[in-house]
Design a protein around this ligand. Structure first.
Ligand SMILES: Nc1nc2c(ncn2[C@@H]2O[C@H](COP(=O)(O)OP(=O)(O)OP(=O)(O)O)[C@@H](O)[C@H]2O)c(=O)[nH]1
Ligand SMILES: [Mg+2]
Ligand SMILES: [Zn+2]
Length: 303
């Protein structure tokens, strides 16, 4: 008889699971699951539903159930390869900070597009308002209003603004993504205290803590609410989208598509372009537009 379980964390030596009654189970994967690569890679990821058998004291993952969705990125490195970050998600919580590190639009545009490509809703968090002020954070968020993005300006350190995000995470499985050091784990500790997410190493030379998260981890702080912490990303490449259709994943561009004079309009210098019209009227911001063009070029170069 096979039992079902949910993947909590994938380690080198095995997989941590939540069993049917919420109990933690450690399992290894059936070799056949891993294929020729002999690695779990994208086969078993956090959020997956798996079927496990028992061999004496051992739990073995026999099967991975089909995913309702998954959030991927292009794996870092030179090869064009997919990295599945997590599966079966309700929303992506994109975490940024106002300072240390500075707010960076580039990653925001990439992650928002990737979530859209995966058919997953997203919200934007601007953390560390204590270092720059709430006004400025709200300004960052306002840039994304034409894209229909909900944002939260907050301070994980003091807890200010965190209850609103907590509320937005109730009843959902949320994937926390962002650059290293923006405060994802600190924020998760606030929403879900007692998970020792920050119990990492302390730098012996500086005496300062660097608690860099090294693997995705699913938390269940309260019934129905699931939060996934992930390691910070340095760069983020899109996966699973062609340059021709990228425009469909920028919500503020979408209403202006289909009206261009030429059916194959690239919205660059063609006459009668309704997207350029929207750009000139400010309905699409210049900054988002530049991001879109850069991403489209990048996808074109990968061919
Ligand atoms: N001033 C200030 N510092 C914060 C705040 N939130 C987090 N920090 C600090 O930012 C640093 C990084 O926080 P982490 O929570 O480890 O960041 P992370 O996003 O999980 O980083 P990775 O695991 O490397 O991806 C720590 O020194 C935190 O104490 C905040 O609201 N204000
Ligand atoms: Mg972390
Ligand atoms: Zn056009």
């Amino acid at each position: 008889m096979l039992a079902r379980a949910v993947v909590r964390r994938v380690d080198f030596g095995g997989v941590q699971l939540f069993g049917n009654s919420g109990e933690e189970i450690f399992a290894i994967a059936r070799g056949a699951l891993m294929g020729r690569s002999k690695s779990l890679g994208n086969v078993v990821v956090v959020g997956d539903v798996v079927e496990i058998s028992r061999e004496g004291e051992r739990h073995v993952i026999e099967r991975v159930e089909p995913r309702r969705n998954s959030f991927s990125r292009r794996a870092s490195g030179d090869r064009v390869e997919e990295q599945v970050v997590a599966a079966n998600l309700d929303q992506v919580v994109l975490v940024t900070s106002l300072r240390r590190p500075d707010f960076k639009h580039g990653l925001v545009d990439r992650v928002l597009a990737q979530a859209a490509v995966s058919g997953i809703a997203s919200v934007l968090v601007v953390n560390k308002t204590d270092l720059g002020g709430e006004e400025e954070a709200l300004g960052c968020i306002a840039d994304y209003a034409p894209a229909g993005v909900t944002g939260f300006a907050l301070c994980a350190k003091s807890g200010r603004g965190v209850p609103e995000l907590h509320e937005a995470c109730r009843g959902k499985r949320s994937l926390f993504v962002g650059h290293s050091g923006v405060g994802k784990s600190t924020l998760l500790e606030r929403v879900a205290p007692g998970h020792e997410l920050l119990a990492g190493d302390v730098n012996l030379k500086t005496g300062k803590g660097r608690h860099t998260t090294t693997a995705a981890l699913l938390l269940r702080p309260e019934p129905g609410m699931e939060l996934i912490d992930t390691p910070g990303v340095r760069s983020f490449g899109l996966w699973g989208v062609d340059e021709e259709v990228l425009e469909e994943f920028f919500p503020e561009i979408v209403p202006h598509l289909g009206g261009c004079k030429f059916g194959d309009c690239r919205h660059v210098s063609e006459p009668g372009c309704t997207v350029r019209g929207a750009l000139e009227r400010g309905e699409i911001t210049a900054r988002r537009w530049e991001s879109f063009v850069r991403l489209r070029e990048e996808l074109g170069e990968e061919r």
